[in-house]
Design a protein around this ligand. Structure first.
Ligand code: PGA
Length: 240
């Protein structure tokens, strides 16, 4: 199984900044064969990133996608439009999509299936809130998200999973290595094939990535803040 590491820029970087970033990153990244490395720019940067990353070992990732092919869906982008941009992965259901844009399990399930049918590999994000964690509902919540997100997906090995302990945002709490191991083990029990990666996504930084990759069933990371600087993202990608 190849490790998976994803830089999600969220709504950051102008086209000029993105171009500068990719030029620096491409010139320094050693292209490890055991790692799938992805960069997910904002939608306005997909075209330039697609041109700059062509023939490189860095994959282009979209931060979102709609499940229909075309019609009156203002601001949306379809799977075949992502195919045109050589976008091979898509993030589905990042916690912010659910919190701020009210995406439901049923809605994201349509996206997962549409991505697979267009040969785009979805990364399905799952997570629990602080309230759910405090009520000891974490495992139940994650299980429901997986069941509903992957409903009628014939081949689950075509999907990767990202676990985000979002309850740690703005609190003094952090997920301990023991907690991360317990949750990743549990997800692995539910998603038991050998091809789906289970990646971890919260506060991954150059100084904690070594410890995090030593945790069983952490098949690497999704990174936001520490990915915005190419040197810091390189340190995480080259941690071994
Ligand atoms: P972070 O963000 O890497 O800054 O913790 C993670 C995320 O929101 O996906």
């Amino acid at each position: 199984m190849k490790y998976l590491i994803w830089a999600n820029f969220k709504m950051n970087k102008s086209t000029k900044e993105l171009k500068e970033y990719l030029e620096v990153f491409k010139s320094k990244y050693a292209c490890f064969l055991h790692i799938d490395l992805m960069i997910a720019p904002v939608t306005s940067g997909l075209w330039i990133a697609s041109e700059l990353l062509e023939w490189s070992c860095i994959n282009l990732w979209s931060q979102n996608m709609y499940f229909e092919e075309s019609w009156a869906y203002t601001w949306e982008i379809s799977p075949s439009m992502l195919n045109e941009l050589n976008c091979t992965y898509v993030i589905i259901w990042h916690s912010e999509r659910r919190q701020y844009f009210n995406e439901t399990n049923e809605f994201i399930n349509k996206k997962v299936k549409a991505a697979i049918s267009h040969r785009i590999r979805p990364i399905l994000c799952i997570w629990e809130s602080l309230e759910q964690k405090n009520k000891w509902l974490t495992k139940e919540v994650l299980k429901i998200q997986l069941i509903e997100g992957l409903w009628w997906v014939e081949d689950v090995s075509k999907v990767d999973i990202a676990y985000e302990p979002v309850w740690a945002i703005g609190t003094w709490e952090t997920a301990t290595p023991e907690y991360i191991e317990e949750i990743h083990d549990y997800i692995r029990e539910l998603v038991w094939n050998d091809e789906s990666r289970i990646i971890y996504g919260w506060s991954v930084k150059p100084d904690n990535s070594k410890q995090l990759i030593s945790i069983k069933n952490v098949n690497w990371f999704l990174v936001w803040s520490a990915s915005l600087d190419p040197e810091s993202f390189l340190k995480i990608a080259e941690v071994e």
